[in-house]
Design a protein around this ligand. Sequence first.
Ligand code: MEV
Length: 426
Amino acid sequence: MSTKTSRISGFHKLSVPERVDKVMAFAGLEDDGLRAQFLDTGNLPVDLADRLIENAVGTMNIPVGVATNLLIDGKDYLVPMATEESSVVAAVCNAARQCYESGGFTTSMSGTCMIAQVQLVDVPDPAHARLAILERIEDIRSLCDACDPVLVKLGGGFRDLEVRIVDSAHGPMVITHLIVDTRDAMGANAVNTMAEKLASHLEGWAGGRVYLRILSNLADRRLARARCVWKLDAIGGPEVRDGIVRAYEFALMDPYRAATHNKGIMNGVTAVVMATGNDTRAVEAGAHAYAARKGWYSSLSQWEVTAAGDLAGSLEMPMAVGLIGGATKLHPMARASLRVMDIQSAQQLARVIAAVGLAQNFSALKALATEGVQKGHMSLHSQNIALMAGAVGDEISIVARRLVELGTVRIDVAEDTLRALRARED
Ligand code: MEV
């Protein structure tokens, strides 16, 4: 039987410092500087942190690096990326450098529409009901648009209607899709409100009972696209090119490899989504659902050889990001990131992110198809290990270099190296 209880009534009503005290007392933690660590919220003011989520006790700072060399649709970008993983930013810089002279990335977007789903169950005549709903498209348009006059004024609003019949263990369900142009908003709030508003009307028109009313993260009406040609001489010749194409063919056919291949793409995508305060989970869910749209999980990107023998890469994936609402509008770093990139629309941001995803994928595949990822990764990783071993100042790079020379990037070796270094200096 536990002697301490996690049942803390009114925890949410406490101030952030009061919550920290409660948490430390619960965990039996000494205040050896820990309290100050919790309360150092960096560039996110503590009041804002407390407003963004519930029961806030601190923040988690992640480094923001800037990817250089990015030429996207003829414009030069410096792209902020928030990531804890070494090599991720460097990978984008390297990929972008190798295609800068040949014109960089070309991007586009399929639209800015989100889908909200309304689930109707126990409909006696689903085929009949489907048509009855489709006939109401103009009523549905009015009801949806009335939910968000500001969005309509900005050129967005209800665009289209789809009704699908989906089988379930309890019989067919009638699933209505509201297709809504959410412009510069990610759109979750807008479409969820519309779906909720429509629920009782759908029951009236179609019979049955409404259960879920929620957006779909498979945002396939909001596909961001990026393509790029890497010249053969810029990437190191036909062997590198063919290695990348072979790596792609592996990911195309094998879900075990595709998961890792797409994880590499998401290393870039998520870092920019995070740096701009957007919803990383929404973009990730959309990416992986889209990657499985053919019925098996596969590569999000494509790699081919052009007629001239160069390497062509392309990426198309859902990209539900926005500029207004939530952390994007409120987090000072998110705002700073958008300003660095001079982002004027959600579409522009989504396109930049797609280019970063493709660049990331290029570098990962190139490394994998040639020397492997560990060599580059380990030289960066070795610095983290040196830090973990207690190295400070100049010691960090000396220890890190030694670890790489030894070919053993391990904490015990770093500690031994640091001890020997300090003994020499005494
Ligand atoms: C590591 O974070 C990402 C890679 O595994 C991606 C890939 O294998 O394509 C290197």
